[in-house]
Design a protein around this ligand. Structure first.
Ligand code: ATP
Ligand code: MG
Length: 581
């Protein structure tokens, strides 16, 4: 099946925040993005000021910043003025503890209002913020706090007791543990009374664009997570890309389903929407099919930013599950985190009346780099084109240097450094950081192809490419063909060593409801794949699984499947908490 391009109408193009991406790309400079910001009154640049305080100063304090949906039902609206006051109180609590700009605040909690106040208060106080997944076990928490030399941990009493108390005193950098509650275990500070006693004003520390603001850990899909350092100046990229790739603007009801524990949940789950004075939906609960459909409809969500793993779960439940909900408020659907199978793009249109718009970026880039914007025609399976201000290329590493490749060739996706949200370091790993750059390019570690129209197509991680009988095979292409089969919900594809072919393709699949593993079904799926991909590329073997191993941020860990298959030590991968959901 060939996937047809989804054309946008003239009206859709005109309504887009970036009506003409081509012209914008030719004219845009990052100076234009800085003009979307205010800067601090006395000079300097601080993310918290751009996200919250400036809106209050401009008279928009009564606008809703966060509409929070509690896990057990119930909701709470926080205005920009309330969020600004809570952030100021949090900054005062930090300062009252004798902490100073440069100190590092880690957060370990679910998506509750205190998390947002902590993030913004930390930035306001000139300190560095690092969010962690509340679902991490003790070891991933500890190793990240060690790498990041955490000075403060903000968490809940329950999480502290279960995951931190036992080793807390082994971390010499840790000066205080704040508990988001009215009382706290011994040796910790209760945030409730401390916040209540703190003034609701705080003069934002006059940070500069190059001052450290955030440390984000990569998802750890390919090994030990790296700590990427980001600066306050990144907010210019959050502002521009939030408008260009996510259609954010004042009052827009926006739902980013990512947890702040990974970079999407902070760049586009806190900073970008607030900078644009959007109305943010924050759901404390995890994915649940009926809850999500109901939330989209009831909250009249206009812009929705989610991930392939969630979309595939919705697809698995069938389009019928979505019927009866009113999605008429939805204007723009976007996806990030993994390649978005063409089937999923088109499914969006069937169920929500709009295709999903895939975009690509990584922890290191701090913000969206390549995207299908609202005005662009969507080629299902493509991650889109570089945004204004982003120069991308496809390169091959060749004896010490790099060679740029033309249209149609598969090579490593590279970016010209210069956008404001680029990482400034990998914490404690200067050599690894230096190795990311060559010939004036930043090398992303991903393989891609650019077509004749300038659209980029994700092929796989550089290390996941399969070489079989002279063919180069990207796992994504094979996985996408497999999930087109009625029985297949999700697929992961790896290469296994083979004497004659070099490598052979093996697939792991999970099944849709109503299907059971059988030899006949395996033959049928292989037959489908052969027809779609040809015998050289189709998987030689298909294994049925109940679940696929995934990182906390929902990425399939192909490398772990391969290590298990070959009986290799799982090494760094096994130390990660994986979600085999
Ligand atoms: P680690 O670097 O620790 O192995 P990771 O690369 O998964 O983990 P992230 O920075 O969270 O950590 O993920 C970025 C990566 O996710 C990208 O480099 C790419 O491989 C993949 N990715 C993100 N968005 C897309 C997309 N739209 N299409 C294809 N791949 C994507
Ligand atoms: Mg990575």
């Amino acid at each position: 099946m060939a996937w047809e391009t989804i054309h946008k109408t003239e009206a859709e193009r005109r309504a887009a925040r970036l009506p003409d991406p081509e012209t914008a790309r030719a004219r845009f400079t990052w100076e234009d993005a800085r003009e979307m910001l205010d800067g601090l009154p006395g000079g300097g640049l601080n993310i918290a000021h751009e996200a919250v305080d400036r809106h209050v100063v401009a008279g928009h304090g009564a606008d809703t910043a966060i509409r929070w949906l509690g896990r057990e039902g119930g909701s709470r609206d926080l205005t920009y003025a309330e969020l600004a006051a809570d952030a100021a109180r949090f900054a005062n609590v930090l300062a009252g503890l004798g902490l100073e700009p440069g100190d590092r605040v880690f957060a370990l909690m679910g998506r509750v209002p205190a998390l947002y106040a902590a993030a913004l208060g930390t930035l306001k106080a000139g300190m560095t913020f690092t969010p962690l997944f509340a679902a991490f076990g003790p070891e991933p928490i500890r190793s990240r706090m060690e790498i990041g030399a955490a000075s403060v941990l903000v968490t809940t009493g329950a999480l502290y007791r279960r995951k931190v108390a036992a080793w807390r005193h082994d971390l010499p950098s840790l000066k205080a543990v704040l508990i988001a509650d009215d009382d706290a275990p011994e040796g910790c500070i209760a945030l409730g009374p401390a916040m209540a006693a703190a003034p609701d004003r705080f003069e934002t520390v006059a940070t500069g664009p190059e001052d450290m603001a955030l440390i984000h850990f990569t998802s750890g899909t390919t090994g030990k997570p790296k700590g990427a350092v980001h600066v306050h100046g990144a907010v210019a990229a959050h502002a521009a890309t939030g408008a260009f790739a996510l259609e954010l603007g004042p009052g827009v009801t926006y739902w980013c389903t990512a947890d702040p524990g990974w970079v999407t949940g902070t760049s586009y789950g806190i900073i970008a929407p607030l900078v644009h004075r959007a109305r943010m939906i924050v759901d404390e609960a995890e994915f649940e099919l009926e809850r999500w459909y109901a939330t989209l409809a009831r909250e009249r969500v206009e812009v929705w930013y989610t991930a392939p793993t969630a979309i595939r779960m919705m697809m698995r439940a069938g389009a019928d599950a979505a019927r009866g909900h009113d999605f008429s408020a939805l204007r723009f659907l976007a996806s990030v985190g993994e390649p978005l199978n063409p089937e999923a793009v088109v499914w969006g249109r069937e169920v929500f009346g709009r295709p999903f718009h895939d975009n690509w970026w990584q922890t290191e880039t701090g913000g969206i780099m390549i995207a299908n914007t609202a005005a662009m025609d969507v080629k299902p399976g493509s991650m889109g084109k570089p945004l204004p201000g982003v120069e991308a290329g496809i390169v091959a590493r060749a004896d010490g240097g790099l060679r740029e490749l033309g249209h149609g060739a598969i090579g490593e996706l590279a970016l010209r450094p210069g956008w404001p949200s680029m990482m400034r370091a990998y914490l404690g790993e200067p050599a690894r950081y230096a190795k990311c750059f060559a010939n004036g390019w930043y090398l992303t570690g991903d393989l891609a192809m650019r077509d004749g129209d300038g659209y980029y197509w994700f092929v796989g991680r550089a290390d996941d490419l399969i070489k079989s009988s002279g063919h180069l095979i990207g796992p994504f292409e094979v996985e996408s063909a497999l999930i087109e089969h009625d029985a297949v919900a999700e697929a992961a594809v790896i290469g296994l060593p083979d004497e004659t072919a070099g490598e052979v393709v093996k697939a792991y699949v999970t099944l849709n409801p109503g299907f059971e593993p059988s030899e006949e079904l395996e033959r049928d799926i292989r037959g489908h794949a052969r027809k779609r991909l040809g015998p050289a590329v189709a998987p030689r073997e298909i294994a049925f699984r109940k679940t696929l191993p995934k990182t906390r941020s929902g990425k399939i860990m192909r490398r772990l499947l391969k290590a298990r298959e070959l009986g290799l030590p799982e090494g760094d991968l096994s130390t990660l908490e994986t979600d085999e959901t």
